[in-house]
Design a protein around this ligand. Structure first.
Ligand code: ASP
Ligand code: MG
Length: 409
């Protein structure tokens, strides 16, 4: 017998029919002798509807009240799923985050889970009950309702699996696993049987939005065996997210191509090349809570250099405003910037042992006449910034160049 935590996303519980379908799947696992804890999201579209509703009343909704309201979406689905199970003769009980006591900090709309009291859940499981827990929500020390950030039900699932030392945390969604890249861009994209945590973190942060990134970090930290799979298919093993490289069945050098169109690029030209200059430019950006992704500084010549970096598009105008006075102050020549860029990355732990990945990447882009504006690398990824209009082409040719459409050996 094993203890399984299953999380179902919004589309998986998007209608009464879908909820009954989930109930049948849960019942099947229980019949096979497993203890099952189910975490559900709000019905698809519901959280967006609530967000819009709040904004009609208050343009910047009060964070505490916002969370009181946002948490209602999941409260509806837990009860409906419990009813569906009961109707099938399966005994089930639902709990809100506060009832379990998923204790979080008090950072409304992006709270972090600090502790989970799992006694009540264990007692129910021992009585052969299916336990259903509302995703995305918790409660702070003072009893205020909190939410965990959009997509936060994934994190609830993983955190419960960690607290209960579950054998596996299964994340059911509307895709059947993690792909080598977005199949909407590359129809030949292939489902990966497994991917390591490190790779998944890179893929998630680079824009492949299968799992909330925080949930992957959590799973890595607490050694939770995590699997992504589809609730729309009866069979299928999905993608297992593994800890160890050697657990990986596929030994390709590259596991996937990730991309992201959310960034903007800012370059300060003709910056006096002297100690402290990077800090003078980027310090105030950091102080304004703007995350900087890539940073490139040229080799100086004639006492001058250029500094480029990228920020999220949402922070682009704010960053420019901060930089204008700085440019004058440090007597840099000018600022050039643009948000028509995209970042494309090749990701793979196999890179550590395979030489030549970078040259294959750069040659492939060159052959298509795609200019690389910036490059950054880590141990397991190489990212380039290119003109946004070449994004799809770049992803397609790289996917092919690294043989990702071939079934894994
Ligand atoms: N319902 C929340 C959202 O839409 C949480 C989740 O689905 O994970 O973001
Ligand atoms: Mg989700």
């Amino acid at each position: 017998m094993s203890l399984i935590v299953q999380k179902y996303g919004g589309t998986s519980v998007g209608s009464p029919e879908r909820i009954k379908h989930v109930a049948r799947r849960v019942a099947r696992w229980q019949r096979q002798g497993h203890q099952v804890v189910v975490v559900v999201s709000a019905m698809s579209g519901e959280t967006n509807r609530l967000v819009a509703l709040a904004k009609e009343i208050q343009s910047q909704p009060d964070p505490r009240e916002f969370d009181v309201m946002l948490a209602t979406g999941e409260q509806v689905t837990i009860a409906l799923l419990a009813m569906a199970l009961m109707d099938m003769g399966v005994s089930a009980r639902s709990y809100t985050g506060g009832q379990v006591r998923i204790l979080t900090d008090s950072a409304y709309t992006k709270a972090r889970i600090m502790r989970i009291d799992e006694d009540r859940i264990r007692a129910d499981l021992a009585r052969n009950q299916v336990v259903i827990v509302a995703g995305f929500q918790g409660v702070d020390e003072a009893g205020n309702i909190t939410t965990l950030g959009r997509g936060g039900s994934d994190t609830t699932g993983v955190a419960l699996a960690a607290a209960l030392k579950a054998d596996e945390c299964q994340i059911y969604t509307d895709v059947d696993g993690v792909y080598t890249t977005d199949p909407r861009i590359v129809p030949e994209a292939r489902r990966l049987k497994s991917i390591t945590f490190e790779e998944m973190l890179e893929m998630a942060s680079l824009g492949s939005k299968v799992l909330q990134i925080r949930s992957v970090e959590f799973a890595g930290k607490y050694n939770v065996r995590l699997r992504v799979l589809s609730s729309f298919e009866e069979e299928g093993e999905g993608t297992l997210i593994t800890f160890e490289e050697d657990e990986k069945m596929e030994h390709a050098s590259i596991s996937g191509i990730a991309f992201n169109r959310d960034e903007a690029k800012i370059t300060i030209l003709g910056v006096p090349d002297r100690p402290g200059i990077a800090y003078q430019i980027l310090g105030p950006i950091g102080d304004a809570n703007i995350d900087v992704d890539m940073i490139v500084q040229n080799v100086g010549h004639d006492g001058l250099t250029d500094v480029s970096f990228t920020v999220h598009r949402n922070d682009y105008q704010k960053a420019l405003k901060i930089l204008e006075p700085i440019q004058k102050h440090i007597k840099a020549r000018e600022i050039v910037s643009g948000d028509k860029i995209a970042k494309v990355s090749v990701v793979g732990v196999g890179m550590r042992s395979h030489a030549g990945i970078a040259s294959t990447m750069f040659r492939t882009l060159a052959e298509e006449g795609i200019n690389i504006q910036m490059i950054s690398t880590s141990e397991i990824k190489i990212s380039v910034v290119i003109d946004e209009k070449y994004l799809e082409l770049a992803v397609r040719v790289l996917h092919k160049a690294f043989g990702l459409e071939q079934p894994a050996r």
